[in-house]
Write a protein that binds this ligand. Structure first.
Ligand SMILES: [Zn+2]
Ligand SMILES: [Zn+2]
Length: 136
């Protein structure tokens, strides 16, 4: 079982299986949301995602581009992301760093939105880099 939680452990969740694409996202919104150089979100089918606890402390922020980011309002952990693409695909993006246990191997496959990469962060791995989403 893949199990995750926020920093204060109010929000806990499990994931049955991950979708294959796991990107490091360097967009400015992920930088702000995570307070970090980039985010690493894993895509999960909604029926493979189970919120075990914490619905009442989840806050949702809807940005100008209608993407929705969820975080724990007790500890501030950045947890979930949903765009119109996810709504159509019936998936949710889950922050990979918030998992405590991973029962399957997960390997990020690409860097995306590198056109807005933080100037103080250097990408030193061999993964493909896309200026925007994967097709660019
Ligand atoms: Zn929390
Ligand atoms: Zn992003």
């Amino acid at each position: 079982m893949n199990k995750g939680s926020c920093l204060c452990n109010s929000v806990t969740f499990t994931v049955d299986a991950f979708e294959p694409l796991i990107g490091h996202c360097h967009c400015t919104m992920c930088q702000k949301f995570h307070g970090a150089a980039f985010s690493t979100f894993a895509e999960v089918k909604l029926h493979h995602f189970h919120l075990v606890s914490g619905e009442e402390v989840l806050s949702r922020y809807t940005a100008n581009n209608q993407t929705v980011r969820s975080f724990c309002k007790v500890c501030g952990s950045s947890l979930f992301f949903e765009s119109s693409f996810n709504q159509t695909a019936k998936t949710i993006e889950v922050a990979l760093a918030c998992f405590d246990n991973l029962s399957e191997s997960v390997t990020p496959d690409a860097h995306i939105y590198t056109e807005s990469k933080a100037c103080w962060y250097e990408i030193n791995d061999q993964l493909p880099q896309h200026k925007q989403y994967r097709t660019s």
